[in-house]
Ligand binder design. Sequence first.
Ligand code: SF4
Ligand code: SF4
Length: 387
Amino acid sequence: MNTIKKSNIGMFDDHYLGSIEERVIRDTKAAKAAGAKVVGVYCAFTPKELVAAAGAIPVALCSGSDIPILLAERHLPRNLCALIKSSYGHAIGDSCPYFTATDLLLADATCDGKKKMFELLGRKRPLYLLQLPQTAATEESHAYWLGELRRIKVLLERETGSAITDDRLRAQIVIYNRLRSTVHEAFRLNMGEIPLLSGRELDTVTSMAGFECNLHSRIDEIEQAIAAARQRGRDRQYQAGVAGRPRILLTGCPTTNRKVLNLIEDCRGVVVAMESCGGLKTVGNLVPEDGDPLANLARTYLDIPCACMTPNPARLDLLRSIIRDYRIDGVVELTWDGCHTYNIEAFQVEECVGAAGLPYLHIITDYSENDTGQLKTRIEAFLELLN
Ligand code: SF4
Ligand code: SF4
C-alpha cells in the first residue's frame, strides 16, 4: 500500500501517480503470468465490468501525448482530433507499453473519426467494435445496446475461455460501483467554500493509472488521498492559498492532455470540477446491483451524456447541477480541434451557462504547445472577469 506524501502544495503529483503505476504494473504482471488477458478499451461506453468478469484486465488506451501524432498522420488526416491521432500513433509505433500489453481491443462506434480509425487499428490487434446507438432516448436503442453487450459477452468468453456468469458480473458491478462512488467522493471534496483538491490533483488522484487490476487497492489509495486532502483542508495556510481563486468548471472533450487544465491553474484559477469522461459524466450514475446484470449495464452505460448522442439533454442537466453544487464562477469548454460533435454542442452549452448567469470561454486547440501563449492571454483575461 502506498503512503501519501503530506506536503501542503502539489500533494498528489506525478511522483505520487508514478508510485501507483508501479504497483498497478506489478499486479498486472502477476495476473498475466497466471493467464489473465489484457483488453484495451477506448471509450467510456465500454462496460469494463464485462471484461473483468471474464477474468481479463481492462486498460484505457486514449492517449494525451503529442509525440506519436506525426507518425499517425502518415495514415490519418491532419485535421482529425488529437486524441484519435495520438492513440493510433502509439499503436502503430509500438510506443505505448499499455497497448503493447493488450491481447485484444474493444472499441465503440462513437464519432466518425474514431470508428474509421478503428478499421485501421484492427490490423494491429483483434478488435471488436460495439455498435453504439446514436440515441439513448428510445426503448429500441436500449434493446439494441443490450443485444450488443450480449454479443461482446460471447466474444469475451471465447477469447478468454472463461464463462461470464451472472454472479461474476454482479460481483464486478459491485466493485466498479464502489470505485465510481469513491471517485465521486473525491470530486465532492470541492463542493465546499474551500476546494480541497486542485483540478490537477483531482485528475491524478482519480486516474486509473493504467491497468485496472486489483481495484480494491486502487479504491484504498483514493480513499487515503481523500483523507489526506480533508486533513490538509483544515490547515490555515492552505486555506489562505486557495481562498478567493476563481472556481472553474472544465467541460467538453476528454481532458486526455492537461494543457488547458494546467494553463487555467497556472493563471490562479482552480478547476473544482470536470464534467468530461473520467470526471463527473461517468461517476454520477451507479449500475443497479439487483436484477439482470447485463440489462443493468446496458441501461446505465447508454445513458452516459456524451456529445456523440443526439439529442443529449442530460449533459445540460448535469452541467446545471455542477454549476449549482460546486459554486462555479465560470465555465471553460475544451474542444479538441477536429471534434465536430463537441464543437457543435458547444453552442447549447454556452446558452446553458449564460442562462445560469455565468461567463463562458470556449477553447479549441490540439496537443501541441504552439498556441500556449495565445491561450494563456485568453484565459488570464477570462479569469480577470471573475475576480
Ligand atoms: S467523449 Fe464520448 S466518445 Fe469520447 S471517450 Fe467519452 S464517451 Fe467515448
Ligand atoms: S474528442 Fe471528439 S473527435 Fe475526438 S475522439 Fe472524442 S468525440 Fe471523437
